[in-house]
Each structure stands twice: as structure tokens, then as C-alpha cells.
Design a protein around this ligand. Structure first.
Ligand code: ADP
Length: 213
């Protein structure tokens, strides 16, 4: 695969994190999940974490200035390719990234809103190994990845905050699709398929149109 910089776009809970992690492993590049990075800052109790917590819990986007500072530092240390999961999410973020990395491949995971709500209800994170999993039984707390009794719902996965997140996505992130289409080809993948099938199509999309890059 020729592309070393890949931007995964899509609505909340569209599977970006799962796909980004696999792709990063396969390409041998790091993956930046801004949501994950922000949750780690909250855990640490850092200044960024304290600022971000109120926004995240209520489903709102964290201000561009904070995100751009955090991502800028990360990009400075990761110059040899990356997968972006959850960044950029606004036009100012996309414009800033474009200046730093004009040759990134953009892939959109399409998942309709009805499916997303179902995923949010079933999504759990393991506080022991960090995995994100879907449960079949809503009361399940045992992680199938590491076996620990440590599955919890994310605080921003309450349906109320999901609604705010989705509104933010429609208002602030959907305009990025036109922005990127104006710059070059954008690949769309049907994110409602099984994760392995989505991954197959994502990897195909990464290799598509790579001549000259
Ligand atoms: P999801 O994809 O389900 O929305 P994430 O873990 O990617 O979950 O993000 C969780 C939250 O972190 C977002 O709802 C938002 O508040 C904040 N966040 C993450 N990335 C960004 C970003 N690039 N710009 C603004 N806020 C962000």
C-alpha cells in the first residue's frame, strides 16, 4: 500500500477506531485517535483533560484550538505516516492538517443514523485492556479480549449525548466531505458490513488511486 497518511472519516460509532487500529498495524504506522487521546488526558487529570471533560461528556466537540495544539504536538513526533481516527472533525482542523500533510488518503465509513444508535447502546470499553467491544447482552461486564470483569459504557455514550454528537457531526463534520472532494478522490466504504469486510474495502481504498503518490 502506497499511502502512508490516511484519514478515516465517519459519524460517531461508525467503526473508525476499530478499522484505524488494524490499518495502522498493517501499514506499520501509528494511529491517532483524538477521542482516545482526550480520554487519556482526562484520566491523567491534566489541564487539557479538565478542559475537555465537560465537552466530551455532553457530546460537544472540544474547541479547535485545544485539539490543534494537541495534534500539532503529536504530528511533530510522528512524521513518517499515520492513520487519523476522529481528526479532523471541523473545517478549521482539516485546513490546518492540509497544510501539514497535503497527500493524505481520505476514506469515509458510511453508516446510517439508526444503526449508530444501536451500536452506541451496545458499545463498551474495557478498563483493563482498553478494547472497544459490542456486547450482545447489555448486562455483560466480562471482556472477551482479556477476560477481565471490566466492561463499562463510555460516559458520552448516553443516548442524550449521542444525539448532541450526531448533530455536531452533521453541522461541523459533514462539510468536510465536500472540502475533501474538492481536493481529490474520496473513497466511501459501507460501514454497516461485518468488520472484516469493511476492513477489506478500507485496505482496497487505501491502494486505490495511489499512482504518483
Ligand atoms: P466517536 O467517534 O464515537 O465520536 P471519539 O472517541 O472519536 O468517539 O470521540 C469522543 C469525543 O471526543 C467527541 O464526541 C468529542 O467531544 C471529542 N473529540 C474527539 N476528537 C475531536 C476533534 N477532532 N475535535 C473536537 N472534538 C473531538
Amino acid at each position: 500500500m502506497n499511502h502512508k497518511n490516511v484519514i478515516l472519516l465517519g459519524p460517531p460509532a461508525s467503526g473508525k477506531g476499530t478499522q484505524a487500529k488494524k490499518l495502522a498495524e498493517q501499514l506499520g504506522v501509528p494511529c491517532l485517535g483524538t477521542g482516545q487521546l482526550l480520554r487519556a488526558e482526562i484520566e491523567k487529570g491534566s489541564a487539557v483533560g479538565k478542559e475537555a471533560k465537560g465537552f466530551i461528556d455532553s457530546g460537544r466537540y472540544v474547541p479547535d484550538e485545544t485539539i490543534l495544539k494537541m495534534v500539532g504536538e503529536w504530528l511533530n513526533e510522528n512524521k513518517d505516516g499515520w492513520i487519523m481516527d476522529g481528526f479532523p472533525r471541523t473545517l478549521p482542523q482539516a485546513e490546518e492538517l492540509q497544510k501539514l500533510a497535503p497527500d493524505a488518503k481520505v476514506i469515509v465509513l458510511d453508516v446510517p443514523r439508526e444503526n449508530l444508535e444501536q451500536r452506541i447502546i451496545k458499545r463498551r470499553e474495557c478498563t483493563s485492556c482498553g478494547a472497544t467491544v459490542a456486547v450482545t447482552d447489555l448486562s455483560q461486564t466480562r471482556c472477551r479480549e482479556c477476560g477481565a470483569d471490566s466492561l463499562v459504557s463510555r460516559t458520552d455514550d448516553a443516548l442524550e449525548s449521542f444525539k448532541v454528537r450526531y448533530e455536531n457531526y452533521e453541522e461541523l463534520t459533514i462539510p468536510l466531505y465536500d472540502y475533501y472532494s474538492g481536493l481529490g478522490p474520496v473513497e466511501h466504504v459501507d460501514g454497516t458490513q461485518a468488520p472484516a469486510k469493511v476492513y477489506e474495502e478500507v485496505t482496497n481504498a487505501v491502494t486505490m488511486g495511489t499512482s504518483g503518490n
